[in-house]
Design a protein around this ligand. Structure first.
Ligand code: NAP
Length: 305
């Protein structure tokens, strides 16, 4: 099946292009982006031009910032195309619900992807946790924004999520590991005085059985970077490291297959299309929305790139 990429930025080049190249199900057929394109393929300035010129491309991957994704997704759905949404699936919860409704009405597949859920340790960890009473969960997601997001101004604008752009990856893993809902109790969000999105956040949550979950997201970490989730249970201690790609049980590392998040995402997209289904889980975005709803806002020093 032909697929086109819209928003040919970092994630499109780093992950989508190689994943599609290695996929049995998809061939990259075109791009739509204002300043970039894939060598040798039809290139359009925007999605409307792409949809008008390429009626035979049935699937579209949307890799722009979340603030502009809803309009593009509605256009693709209205044109009868299947849609892969990068994470987060939108800038608001209500627009994602709107997309799910529109895709359902149009009879096309909508896939709200969460790439971190396909990290190597996530499914083994979910299986290991099954049936073990949880005592507590601790998430530390701390990285250097200057290294990972240079010149990405959209990330600091309303709807760009700030530190929740990486933090939502941890929440996507958390909500996959647990078999029941997660509830946000309180949050503190630190906004640089010159920005509209937080640079750090602390979340206090609970599992449906009442176990505490503490999450610390921080974009000011230089040196070693931390993407860890530790789950203490009655049956031992589980640690996921490196964004869900390494797994330790009581300190001993488990051997896992190599990381293949984006190939797995495209395999999932192909399966959903074949089965004429959508997959739109807003649970990670709902926790972020709750943090903005209930969180205490503090102002910290200005951030300059
Ligand atoms: P990026 O490098 O800024 O690329 C996004 C592209 O979208 C831009 O290059 C731009 O291409 C296009 N675009 C369209 N409208 C835009 C607008 N109003 N403002 C800015 N760019 C616009 O961002 P990215 O890192 O690829 O991230 C894109 C999405 O993927 C985000 O939702 C992010 O959370 C997700 N993601 C990123 C990573 C990562 O490691 N970077 C990992 C996983 C997921 P043109 O100027 O050519 O139109």
């Amino acid at each position: 099946m032909k697929v086109a990429i819209v928003g040919f930025g970092k994630i499109a080049r780093d992950q989508h292009v190689p994943a599609i190249a290695g996929s049995d199900a998809f061939d990259l057929a075109a791009t739509a982006s204002r300043h970039a394109h894939a060598e040798g393929l039809p290139a359009y300035h925007d999605i409307d031009a792409l949809l008008a010129a390429e009626p035979d491309i049935p699937a579209i991957s949307l890799c722009q910032p979340p603030q502009v994704r809803h309009a593009a997704a509605r256009a693709a759905i209205a044109a009868g195309r299947h849609v892969f949404l990068e994470k987060p699936p939108g800038a608001t919860l209500s627009e994602v619900v709107d997309l799910a409704h529109a895709a359902d009405s149009a009879g096309v597949t909508l896939f709200a992807s969460w790439h971190s859920r396909f990290a190597a340790a996530v499914e083994p960890a979910r299986d290991w946790l099954d049936g073990k009473p949880i005592q507590s969960i601790r998430i530390d997601w701390k990285e250097d924004v200057r290294h990972w997001h240079p010149d990405q101004q959209w990330i600091w604008e309303p709807g760009g999520l700030g530190v929740f752009d990486p933090g939502i990856n941890a929440l996507s893993i958390l909500t996959r590991l647990l078999r029941g809902p997660v509830r946000l109790e309180s949050a503190t969000l630190e906004f640089p005085e010159n920005r509209d999105a937080p640079i750090a956040a602390s979340l206090a949550m609970r599992t449906t059985d009442g176990a505490p979950i503490a999450a610390e997201f921080d974009w000011r970490q230089t040196g070693p970077q931390t993407w860890d989730i530790v789950v203490e249970t009655d049956g031992g201690s589980l640690r996921l490291a490196e964004g869900g790609n390494r797994m330790f049980v009581d300190g001993a590392e488990r051997s896992l297959p190599p990381e293949s998040e984006y190939p797995a995402l495209y395999a999932r997209f192909a399966k959903l299309i074949a089965e004429a289904r959508s997959d739109v889980d807003v649970a990670p975005l709902r926790l972020v929305a709750d943090a903005f709803l209930a969180g205490r806002r503090t102002v910290t020093e200005a951030f300059e790139d």
